[in-house]
Design a protein. Sequence first.
Length: 275
Amino acid sequence: MATEEEWQEARARFVEFEGGRGTDGDRSAASVATERDIGPLAAEFVGLSHDLFAVPPETGVVGVLERVVHRATSIVPTAAMVSVTLREADGTFHTPAETDPLATRADGIQYATGEGPCVEATASSSSGFTVSTDLAHDDRYPRFGPRVVELGMGAVCSTGMFPGGDPPRLGALNYYFRDADGFADVDQDAMLILASYAAVALHAARGVEAERLRTVQLTEALMSRDVIGQAKGILMERRGADADEAFDILRRASQDLNVKIRDIAHTIASRRAEL
């Protein structure tokens, strides 16, 4: 794991690299050399980008967030465990990804009591970064704090996703520490950047899932229309009914049997020879 001194050197090299760019996009020899070694901070986020691109599409939102929390343990190595809180449209919370099942238990205490950094970090009125370095004696969390201390955690911080903006945030990244010493050398800037990465990745994954759902629904609708059309044709042929009368037969059968019209139609189409 990189030391705090290495992080600071990396940030300085990154600034030097950016400063070495010419006004027309050209780079000096020094900046090109710096690009080859931009240090552990940039390397972690490059690694995260690779991780996110490699997430199998079928794993969806959970797959993305699992990569985020595991990368977070490298960016904040002193954290005992990391989790993601998601805030649903109805204001409820859940934990879809964590590095330790104990984190889900700790998050659940926040949700049940309505207290804790992750609850505050998702609120639009907050700064997006909330920390408690002494959970045993934090007056803000009289119900949450002592119960998490019993789980072996003495400090916790949460970063909202996104860190800014008026609407309630998508959720938060939560970092639990055994004691305040673990939080002492934490790079808050790196936490905020990671939260932004996570929010963008989460938004994109949700978009992909929504599009996949729309595609499935459209496919099912087309298949249903096709099989209903087949059943109507069979009834028109066998009963001498017109299209409206055939559909009315299907509708009445669906109501009488409490079975979807699509399923009635599929049965008729598949057992045509028996009718």
